[in-house]
Design a protein around this ligand. Structure first.
Ligand SMILES: NC(=O)c1ccc[n+]([C@@H]2O[C@H](COP(=O)([O-])OP(=O)(O)OC[C@H]3O[C@@H](n4cnc5c(N)ncnc54)[C@H](O)[C@@H]3O)[C@@H](O)[C@H]2O)c1
Length: 253
């Protein structure tokens, strides 16, 4: 698939992994719509790169429709990348004092991290499915899970459940969308050092770096973005979850 000349939506596009993806797709010649909730960062990217920012809550149908429509206006929409984050609740399933894990927090985490991805995927698929087919198909949807989908750590149950859901949706979505010529691929990152961590990043790097078999460091956002570009360009990648983790396997704690 040709990135240059296509339009692309990056949900969570002002975040660590999202912004790197915006920059990479922009550099590769895509017309990029940044869909996020951080207006100042979105406007700054508009100014710097000439991309378009559309304030978007991934869990809101109208917001995501508007982001897709903005991208369709800019050119044939062929790429949707979802790298949004948000609050995640956590804690042991039953606390030391016998209190069961909070139900509302679990629901909220599923809403943001699983339902949000579903919402983006379904509206992106409909919009990409409306485009004229290109040589390699109509386009591609890239989701972001986590290695916590496979090795959720103690206290991570709601997040692991949501990310497991994203993993589970990937193949069935690829199958559902095959008649449209739309591919679906999910990236499962290990630990990535992003600007959002600020000063705490040094501590995280010191903690996680030595645990990664090789290279002994956290991942960098451009490494995630490079994989997004490859997924876009490689028409035979479909229905797959790709771990991007330096061979890290999360320990229980
Ligand atoms: N950084 C890591 O180590 C890592 C590891 C595994 C998985 N991930 C996953 O990658 C994704 C991005 O992570 P990141 O490190 O870039 O996070 P980040 O916090 O830097 O960026 C997330 C972005 O999503 C935006 N956002 C939050 N709620 C939103 C909503 N409802 N609708 C639209 N946008 C919303 C935020 O404003 C932010 O810009 C997340 O899904 C995260 O779970 C990250």
């Amino acid at each position: 698939m040709q990135i240059s000349g296509s339009s692309a939506v990056v949900v969570g596009g002002t975040g660590g992994l999202g912004e790197a993806t915006v920059r990479r797709l922009h550099a590769a010649g895509a017309k990029v719509v940044v869909a996020d909730l951080v207006d100042d960062a979105g406007r700054a990217l508009e100014k710097e790169l000439g991309v378009r920012y559309v304030r978007t809550d991934a869990t809101d149908a109208d917001d995501v429709r508007a982001a897709m429509a903005a991208a369709e206006e800019a050119g044939p929409l062929r790429i949707s990348v979802d790298a949004h984050g948000g609050p995640a609740s956590g804690g042991r399933l039953v606390g030391r004092d016998g209190t069961p894990l909070d139900l509302a927090g679990f629901r909220k985490t599923i809403e943001v991290y699983l339902t949000g991805v579903f919402n983006v995927m379904r509206l992106a698929a409909a919009a990409i499915g409306r485009q004229e087919p290109a040589e390699g198909g109509r386009g591609v949807i890239v989701n972001t899970a986590s290695i916590a989908a496979y090795e959720g750590q103690v206290g991570q149950l709601p997040y692991a459940a949501a990310k497991g859901g994203v993993v589970g949706m990937t193949l069935v979505a690829a199958r559902d969308l095959s008649p449209l010529g739309v591919r679906v691929v999910t990236i499962a990152p290990g630990t990535f050092l992003t600007p959002a961590y600020g000063k705490a990043g040094d501590q995280l790097e010191a903690y996680w770096g030595p645990q990664v078999p090789h290279p002994k460091r956290m991942g960098r956002s451009p490494e995630y973005a490079a994989l997004v570009q490859h997924i876009c360009e490689n028409d035979y990648l479909n229905g797959e979850i790709i771990r991007l983790d330096g061979a890290l396997r999360f320990p229980p704690k």
